[in-house]
Design a protein around this ligand. Structure first.
Ligand SMILES: NC(=O)c1ccc[n+]([C@@H]2O[C@H](COP(=O)([O-])OP(=O)(O)OC[C@H]3O[C@@H](n4cnc5c(N)ncnc54)[C@H](OP(=O)(O)O)[C@@H]3O)[C@@H](O)[C@H]2O)c1
Length: 463
């Protein structure tokens, strides 16, 4: 049975879809019967609070362009506001101006985090109460409706299959992919029902021949896509997917980095190999787009640590201080780096680019890469289509390199990247924004992430 459950109509999100000049997506708001929230049923008060937060935040942030209907299992939420998303392709929009009135979603915890775990437990065992045996699960109904909420785990953490490890989840990173899964995006949510959460940090309970209590991390390996992920008190993972958590990374720091940090490292390594130094100029610049996001912020820090002059591109004025603290020499809005002329090549400015946005911004950036430069294409929050010409590639020798963090060939390579994240973290911790979320917050956070409202990394703390 679902407790604290709400329904989400299928969302139209920009990733995996053709670029359009705007997008609409539904959010829920309390309907005329919200007085019913005073119901004393278990979990209902918590739910209504969390949904009210979502409603009040979004209704102030976005222009309402239509009203529809929304089914809610508790019967309280009668209507849906259709919003024009800031995640459309109006790249000149200064997002921060729209978001400045937002109520903080949750208390935001900003590092520094402890560099070492104190009082490491050696015997994890199972929780004596049921509190840890919960998860945030998404279901896709036959009619396409998405139903999501906090549910009992539904399996016994003590029953460990031979080839699996059971981990008590201490924190789970909230990646863009998780936001897509949380809203039932079929490109990510490959099975139904599904517990999202592609990144997990926790303690081994049993299985895989690993010591009980060992501090571990797992990223990818189908978690949160084809099998249940980390938005739960416990998770079962393939034994081969488990990596020891570096001692110098706390649980929360590990999840603040997670797939975002691994991806940033892979992209920057790739650029280091590809950018042709023979064309280097002393004043040359490296660009990071979507700089306020998890991957973007980590990429700014990695490139700055490598000694590059980094220009961070963000739609959010509110990100300026943070990305500057992470090492950006300058922060620009997307419209400031787009040359308005329709030429296929414009002044070559960027030596290397970490692009987490894709779509029209990537196409524009490609025109402005200097000879021998390279672009690491990571994300498509801004669109999946790429309308460009071959000119940057054949007239300037520019390389467009695709990054796929999920395909890191070996666990040894993953572990080596984690060690590098542990080295990098102390440079990042004081500035990197981390928002701690409860399981019940997952739906609201996903919507904010897809709307491009979040900064840094959210991490789900299941208990
Ligand atoms: N290839 C891989 O292996 C790999 C690995 C991890 C992530 N990714 C992808 O990389 C992207 C970033 O991931 P993330 O976890 O860092 O996400 P995130 O934290 O949500 O950051 C995405 C950032 O993109 C910018 N953005 C620009 N246009 C947007 C739009 N229309 N809607 C939403 N955001 C928009 C926003 O930054 P500003 O507001 O600052 O512009 C936003 O903060 C995602 O597309 C994700 O799927 C790919």
């Amino acid at each position: 049975m679902l407790s604290s459950t709400f329904t989400l109509p299928t969302l139209n999100v920009p990733a995996f879809s053709a670029a359009s000049s705007s997008m609409t997506g539904p959010i829920m708001r309390q309907g005329p019967h919200h007085g019913a929230q005073k119901s004393t049923s278990t979990g209902t008060a918590e739910l209504s609070t969390s949904l009210w937060k979502l409603s009040s935040v979004n209704s102030r942030a976005f222009p309402i362009v239509g009203v529809g209907s929304c089914r809610f299992s508790g019967g309280w939420f009668r209507d849906t506001i259709r919003i024009r998303s800031p995640g459309g392709l109006d790249l000149s929009r200064p997002a921060a101006a729209e978001y400045s009135g937002l109520t903080p979603f949750r208390p935001v915890g900003v590092g520094p985090f402890p560099r070492e775990e104190k009082n490491m437990p050696t015997d994890v065992g199972f929780p004596g109460n049921e509190a840890g045996k919960r998860c945030w699960r998404v279901r896709r109904a036959d009619d396409g409706e998405i139903v999501a909420g906090v549910e009992p785990l539904g399996w016994d953490p003590a029953a460990v299959a031979a080839d699996e490890v059971v981990i008590r989840v201490e924190a789970a990173g909230f990646n863009y992919k998780d936001a897509l899964a949380a809203t039932g995006h079929p490109g990510v949510m490959r099975v139904s029902p599904l517990v999202p959460g592609i990144d997990v940090a926790g303690r081994v309970v049993g299985g895989g021949g690993l010591a009980s209590g060992a501090a571990v991390v797992v990223t990818g390996n189908g978690l949160g896509e084809t099998r249940d992920g980390g938005f739960a008190g416990f998770v079962r993972v393939p034994a081969a997917a488990v990596i020891p958590r570096p001692a110098m990374l706390s649980t929360e720091a590990a999840m603040a980095c997670g797939t975002a940090g691994l991806t940033a490292l892979i992209a920057c390594d790739r650029l280091a190999m590809l950018v042709d130094g023979r064309h280097a100029r002393p004043d040359e610049e490296w660009l990071v787009t979507g700089a306020s996001g998890g991957v973007g912020m980590m990429a700014v820090a990695v490139l700055a640590a490598a000694g590059h002059r980094v220009v961070a591109c963000s739609r959010k004025l509110s990100a300026v201080v943070t990305v500057t603290a992470l090492g950006a020499a300058a922060v620009v809005r997307p419209d400031e780096i787009i040359d308005p002329t329709p030429k296929s090549l414009v002044k070559g400015r960027w030596a290397g680019v970490v692009d987490t946005v894709g779509g029209p911004l990537l196409a524009d950036v490609l025109r402005a890469v200097r000879p021998g430069g390279a672009v690491a294409a990571i994300g498509m929050a801004g669109g999946a289509d790429l309308l460009t010409s071959v000119h940057p590639f054949i007239l300037r020798g520019v390389t467009l390199a695709g990054i796929d963090a999920a395909s890191i060939p070996t666990q040894a390579e993953r572990a080596a990247l984690w060690d590098r994240l542990a080295d990098l973290w102390p440079r990042v911790a004081a500035a990197f924004p981390v928002t701690r979320l409860a399981l019940d917050d997952a739906g609201g956070w996903a919507q904010r992430m897809l709307a491009g409202e979040t900064m840094g990394r959210g991490i789900v703390i299941p208990e």
